[in-house]
Design a protein around this ligand. Structure first.
Ligand SMILES: *Cc1c(COP(=O)(O)O)cnc(C)c1O
Length: 426
C-alpha cells in the first residue's frame, strides 16, 4: 500500500463509504478533459462527471483563467451589507437564462443548501403572509440532499433511518408511470384541496439518485398546473438536471410550466467550485419585504456569494454560449440513442433509457434491486478494469459524462457497458 493510501486510511473518513469493508480508494493526481490520471500511471474516463458536476471537462482554461483573475481582484468577502461585481453579474445572467418569471437570486454553497433555502423560502412565505402552512408534497424516490430539511423531503429508507424520527411530515406521490399517473394526480388534487400545503417539490423529468428514473413532461405539467390551481408553491430541484444535462439548458425548458423557486448547483460552476443558487419570483421575494426585520430571510453561510465560485460560474455560462458546447451535448444525446437502439432488446436489460446526455440501463436482478445490489460492485470493478470510472446506483448503470468527452472515449464506454451487459447472467 502506498504511503498516501496508508495516510488516507489513518486520517480520512470518506462519504457514502463503509470504511470497514471498502476497497482502497483510487488515487487521482491530475485530470484533463474527460480523463482522470491515477498515481499508478493508469488513466480513467470520467463517465459520471465527478459526481455529476463536471460539465465542460477538467482543467478548462476559460474557467481556470477566470478563477485566477478573480483571485487577483477579490477572493472572498462577507455578503451581508456588501456586494461585488461577479455576484451581481452572475445573478443577472442566471435570471436572464432562466427567463420569466424568475427575478431574485439567493446564494448558498451546494445543492443541499440550495434546497434548504428553497424550503425556508416556501415556509416563511406562508408565515409572513399570515397563513402558515406546514405540509410538503414530494415524490417517492426523491433525493434533495443530505441536510435535515433535504433528507426529510427525500426517499425514506436505509439511507436516513437513524434520523427519520426528527423529520417533519411529508406526503409522497408514487413515482409516475403509465398505469398510476391519473391516480397520483387525483391524490395530489385531494391533498392540495386541504389548503395545508406550503409547497410541491420535484426533480423535474429525471430523478437522479433513485436510479436516473425518467417521467413524462405531460405528468410534470399536469402536476404543476394542479399545484398552481390550489395556490401551492412549486419548487424545482434542478441541482442535477440543469446546465445541459437533459439536452436543454434547464430540464424545465422541455415543457412550458415554471416553478416559483428553482435550485441550482452541481454544473453551475462547471463543477469546479461549490456554489448553490436558489432563484425565486418577485411574488415570493415581495412577501419578505416589511418594516419588521424578522420578516427577512434570516439565512446565510460564511461563504455565501464566494467571488471565486461566482467567477467560475460566469466562465461556465460563457462556455454554454459557445456553439461547440451545444454541438457536444447534441452529439452525446444522439450517440446515446444509437446505443439504445442497438441494445434495447438484450435479455439481461430490464430498462434502458436516455434523456440528453444521461444514459441509464437497469439490469435484471435476482436478489433485491436497489442501491445495495451486488451488480453495483461487479459493474464498478469491471468498468475500472476497462479504464472507466463509473459509479452505478445499485442495478442501474448510467453515464453522464463531461460534454467535451471525445467520441472515441464515449465509444469506449459503450463498448465496456455492452461487454458487461452481454456477459451478465439473466
Ligand atoms: C446532488 C443533488 C443534491 C444535493 O447537492 P449537494 O451539492 O450534494 O449537496 C440535491 N438535489 C439533487 C437533485 C441532487 O442530484
Amino acid at each position: 500500500m502506498s504511503d498516501l493510501l496508508r495516510k488516507d486510511k489513518q486520517y480520512v473518513w470518506h462519504p457514502f463509504t463503509q470504511m470497514k469493508t471498502a476497497d482502497a480508494p483510487l488515487v487521482i493526481i491530475s485530470a484533463k478533459g474527460a480523463r482522470l490520471f491515477a498515481a499508478d500511471g493508469k488513466s480513467y474516463i470520467d463517465a459520471n462527471s465527478s459526481w455529476w458536476v463536471n460539465v465542460h471537462g477538467h482543467g478548462n482554461p476559460v474557467i481556470g483563467e477566470a478563477i485566477a483573475k478573480q483571485f487577483q481582484q477579490l477572493d472572498h468577502v462577507i455578503f451581508a451589507g456588501v456586494t461585488h461585481p461577479s455576484a451581481v453579474e452572475l445573478a443577472e445572467q442566471v435570471v436572464h437564462l432562466l427567463g420569466d418569471p424568475f427575478q431574485k437570486v439567493f446564494f448558498s454553497d451546494d445543492g443541499s443548501t440550495a434546497v434548504e433555502v428553497a424550503l425556508k423560502m416556501a415556509f416563511q412565505y406562508w408565515h409572513n403572509s399570515g397563513q402558515p402552512k406546514q405540509r410538503i408534497l414530494a415524490m417517492e424516490g426523491a433525493y434533495h440532499g443530505d441536510t435535515f430539511g433535504a433528507m426529510a423531503i427525500g426517499q425514506r429508507g436505509y439511507f436516513n433511518e437513524p434520523f427519520e424520527h426528527f423529520f417533519f411530515d411529508v406526503d409522497f406521490l408514487a413515482f409516475p408511470n403509465e398505469q398510476n399517473s391519473l391516480d397520483e394526480l387525483q391524490k395530489a388534487d385531494t391533498l392540495f384541496a386541504s389548503g395545508e400545503f406550503a409547497a410541491l417539490i420535484l426533480e423535474p423529468l429525471v430523478q437522479g439518485s433513485s436510479g436516473m428514473r425518467m417521467y413524462s413532461v405531460d405528468f410534470l405539467e399536469q402536476l404543476v398546473q394542479m399545484a398552481k390551481r390550489h395556490n401551492v408553491l412549486v419548487i424545482f430541484d434542478e441541482v442535477m438536471t440543469a446546465w445541459g444535462r437533459t439536452g436543454q439548458l434547464f430540464a424545465m425548458n422541455h415543457g412550458s410550466v415554471r416553478p416559483d423557486i428553482i435550485c441550482l448547483s452541481k454544473g453551475l460552476t462547471g463543477g469546479v467550485l461549490p456554489l448553490g443558487l436558489t432563484v425565486s419570483t418577485d411574488k415570493i421575494y415581495n412577501a419578505f419585504l416589511a418594516d419588521e426585520k424578522t420578516k427577512a430571510l434570516l439565512h446565510g453561510h460564511s461563504f455565501t456569494g464566494n467571488a471565486l465560485s461566482c467567477a467560475a460560474a460566469l466562465a461556465s455560462i460563457q462556455l454554454f454560449r459557445q456553439n461547440e458546447t451545444k454541438a457536444n451535448i447534441e452529439r452525446i444525446s444522439t450517440s446515446h440513442q444509437s446505443f439504445i437502439s442497438k441494445l434495447q432488446r438484450h435479455s439481461s436489460i430490464a430498462s434502458i433509457r436516455a434523456l440528453g446526455t444521461i444514459l441509464a440501463v437497469d439490469l435484471k436482478v435476482k436478489d433485491e434491486a436497489g442501491y445495495f445490489s451486488s451488480i453495483r460492485d461487479e459493474a464498478y470493478s469491471f468498468m475500472l478494469s476497462q479504464g472507466i470510472l463509473m459509479r452505478p446506483l445499485g442495478n442501474c448503470l448510467f453515464i453522464n459524462p463531461p460534454y467535451c468527452i471525445e467520441q472515441a472515449e464515449l465509444e469506449c464506454i459503450y463498448e465496456a457497458l455492452e461487454k458487461f451487459i452481454v456477459q451478465h447472467p439473466v
